[in-house]
Design a protein around this ligand. Sequence first.
Ligand SMILES: [Zn+2]
Length: 488
Amino acid sequence: MLALCGIAALGTLLFDTVIYKSQVPTLQPLAMSAIKPAAPNTENAALEQTIESTQPPEPEFVFNRDASVTADPVDSGKGVPFVEVPEIDSLIDLSDVPVAAFTNPAPLTAARPEHANDYRREPSQILVKIEKGDSLFGVLTKHGLDQHEIANLTNKPLVGKYLTNLRPGDEIELDFDGSHRLTGLTREINLEKTLYITRAADNQFNTELGEQPLEKQIQVVEFKLDSSLSVDGAAAGLSESMIMELYSIFQWTVDFNREVRIGDQVTVLHESFIKNGKKVKNGNILAAEYRASDTTYSAYRHVRNGQRTYFDADGQSLKKQFLRNPIKARITSRFNPARKHPILNTTRPHKGVDYGAPTGTSISAAGDGRVVFMGTKGSYGKAVEIQHSDRYTTLYAHLSRFPKKLKKGSRVSQGQIIGYVGQTGTATGPNLHYEFRVDGLHYDPQKAKLPGSSPLEKSELIVFKQNIEPLRAQLASLRADSETLAMR
Ligand SMILES: [Zn+2]
């Protein structure tokens, strides 16, 4: 069910993109984040109309205009010493000025004298910022409401639900008429919900909840690798969590642990949520492309069994049964079956990969499996060994400690924390020694061919391909544009 929901949601979103692409077939700018205008969403438009109609009408206030600001534009030169400027006169064409402007000049003394300059008599709007210790009752009392009115207002169910839980920093907008009588109260509950309270003709308060779903758009971020995915991604406008997501999407296909691949191109299509024309938050990465000089890897988001996974355009999972690196850290010593001992000059193979990291850095299970060893083991120090299937085992050594709930026999899933970096056993500094074995033989976890996760089933694949088509087309068009630019 969850998977179906995911597909449906993606489908709706993709539909927007299709329309967008056909409407704006312009070149995409390179190396910048650009918010794409979304196609009009009929559903949203209908909802917006509903909201508009539920919003309180503009109060009809009589503004007490200061007479001195009103001037007759035509006669403004009266009384000023005449200076002959024929050139300017000839430039002014009065033929379009409405006749009314001549026959009905704005009165110079419109305001009644007793109210002139009496700003207290004007309707006002006050934005109240809730401070520590403030309550709704306190705020309303402070702004002149009597107990009877406050009771009238606070016994409304919506008020009880959405106005009594005020926290410091919250804002309430209060509207008053010229007699400083409360005519309205507005509170933005969250990005999508606003509470409106208005005084009706019968003097009672009406409460209404306005719901305004955020407008979802697809944002394009493109950048070239110059120093690292983190640095360049952040400079291009990606949030930290989106950068981590990118690392995790491409962890099996791109070795970010090796030296930076300068010049490689990254393209990200992600959701962004718009309110009143402004981006208010980021959403999921829907598609991403990593382009090296010789290969291009693309990834499309798909929800399967309630879990989001990224697949390539053919429906093959980018995810493998094992993580390349069970820790986010730098490799300090690689797998080397012929390593010479620096002092003894004898062959001392290094049967794993070492990652240098501060003590306490968390270590993840490389794949789903079961803990078959947890304890201290000679030069390994504190270590965990996981059996993944009949053929695969992984080992994590020199740990400082284990997670509290983990024990021998525990089932673990890929990415789950199974220990913390330490310096136990034979280790010159805090590091993780990681081993990957197939049928009992050690392999380089950086290079070993990893078993893939199961690809999409036929029926799911059809839906997946339909859903990703607009994203695939957009990525292809962006790629073509940047290649054209590169050739110039
Ligand atoms: Zn080692």
